[in-house]
Design a protein around this ligand. Sequence first.
Ligand SMILES: *Cc1c(COP(=O)(O)O)cnc(C)c1O
Length: 362
Amino acid sequence: MTKRAYNFNAGPAALPLEVLQQGQEEFINFADSGMSIMEMSHRSAIYEEVHNEAQSLLRELLGIPDSYKVLLLQGGASTQFAMVPMNLLPAGKVGAYVMTGSWAEKAIKEAQLFGETAVAASSETDKFNRIPDLSTIQIPANAAYLHVTSNETIEGTQYKAFPETGDLTLIGDMSSDIMSRPVNVSQFGMIYAGAQKNLGPSGVTIVIAREDLVAASPKSVPTMLRYDTHVKNNSLYNTPPSFSVYLAGLMLKWVKGKGGVAAIEQINRDKTKLIYDRIDQSGGFYRGFADPSSRSDMNITFRIHTEELEKRFVQESEHHGFVGLKGHRSVGGLRASTYNAVPVESCRALAEFMSDFQKRNG
Ligand SMILES: *Cc1c(COP(=O)(O)O)cnc(C)c1O
């Protein structure tokens, strides 16, 4: 049996062992072609099948309506921060953003380079420890869209429901929780996500968009940054990240094998409950950062009362085979990322380690 770490990395993150093993089996000779998937033309029938299958699995698992396009792009979610306003924020209109934390801030900052923006709601005064009450969201009359970050990876908060925006386009950065729970795609005009947290390795970025939004981009937008370029060419305008698309496809099949996203959601909840219960039952030794109403099922953020103990926690956890438990440098503390591929055994081991560490240091 291969030795595997208890991997709680925030991204790139754990992949299922079965997926890695299948990738290994097919690595040198894919589909009897005498070469790896990385060595063949992206115009070949074999690659095209891999490409189309990844798209159709996304459609099937997320229940994406036929009136939506599924794009496989590059540049990460960070490139989407710019592509969204370049393509969808015309002069005279306002890009409205809900400020929930570090990633929402990056998204609005990028939009400010291209047009007028507005903060529709913010939890900054609470240090971004929660998702703002949806009833406080104020959308300017001339808004082009409302942008939300479904899961704040660094602060460890997550929307439990999304704002109802009627005819106004709702755009969601779902980089750190896509495919972790069912989502009503038709509530959104666009959803985007880098793959490396919940969908596969880094290198491919998923965009799910209502057809009419991506049919025609403004003339001045460069070819590679236009949604319509990728729509017209089935995301094969230029060389795609073929190996990443292939591995994401394997991961999607793995999700399907687990029973789909509803089943995965239950598994994820059971996993995070093990760790949140440890925090809540520690008598204050561990303190959750996120307000319980906004707790993420993907990134569990918590603190111990001294930085010294936090440091010791990380050091000792590493000796016990845990990886990635240090909080993001911008907020400090501790963080366990429990994406789809993190097995329940890792979470159980972490809960036990937390109890043990408290006994020794409480
Ligand atoms: C990681 C992350 C990003 C950035 O993704 P890249 O693919 O590295 O550009 C953006 N938004 C959220 C919510 C993230 O978790």
